[in-house]
Design a binder for this molecule. Sequence first.
Ligand SMILES: [Zn+2]
Length: 374
Amino acid sequence: MFKSSIKLFKIFGIEVRLDYSWFIIFALFSYYFGFFYFPGVLPSLNAGTLALITIITVILFFASVLIHEMSHSLVAIKKGIPVERITLFLFGGMAQIEKEPDTPFSEFIMAIAGPVASFVLAIFFGIIWFFTRGYALVEEPVKYLAIINMVLGAFNLLPGYPLDGGRVLRSIIWKSTGNLERATFIASTAGRVLGFAIIAVGVFFIFAGNFLNGMWLAFIGWFLQSSAQTGYRQTVFETSIKGIKVEEAMNQNVVDVTGDITLQELVDDYFMKYRFGRFPVVEDRETRKIIGVVSINDVKEIPREEWADLRAGDVVRKISENEKVDVSMEVSEAIKKMIKNDLGHLIVMSGDKFKGMITKSDVMHFIKVRSEFH
Ligand SMILES: [Zn+2]
């Protein structure tokens, strides 16, 4: 969903990106500050100063959002959880934290770090506000920044998962029940209720004549309730595959071919017969040492009249490290690898021996069958 983004810079090893949807909120904020808020509180300003103040305020606001996300991320890294990137988007910021925390305590402190950062920023801007009273040019922007950071911290503390407060709630239930799935269920149900409540407030605003703010709240509410649902499903899925190795979930009945068969044989006896998109090519049937993969697209690129002369070994494509996975790897890691490299399958190896293939549907199927016996 958030792939359409541009890279800004890298800090503490974390990539900071702007999603295209961020430009909408950037434009809305600049419009609001530049044409309504600052002209209202600072009526004597000329256009140039007004533009400058607007830009500085909007940048400081997004820097505040970034610092909030950065705090979550730095605690995560400290807890040994890698953070790949932070993306600023329509509804604020999102840190791409590679996995869920292992303990309720890690979750609690990771979650609380963001709102704490926002409150510290609110105090920081509040102090500047206190000492610059009377200098309207500084006072007005820092006053707004102090308030907005306060609101940001408070909103994120609302107890609905996946908001920070919902994560805090989850960590507390998790700690007291010892059951992460149950804790996620309760916290995400709270998140959905909260989402629908925010939508209701939004609709009320719309009917009260405050159309823009109402629409905005309704969007935020919808986003919250749908993320709560996805987050819960994700946790159930992760809990159900925890500890399962690739070896258990992979498909072992993969048909392999040897490099010496002709493409014509490959098409007639394999692609037409088994209707798989690709076949692993092995050196020989005994050792099953893998040479590479031949896919239907590779063969289609070659003119038909050459199929009788060319052999599978001539068109075989080497397997990159991204496409390989060891039998002993956890399924959850294998799925992450597929997603990261945008692949639908992985070739399962044991050393340099071909063992089978694993796809997302193999994993789903495995979980389904297994759950029927539990
Ligand atoms: Zn947060």
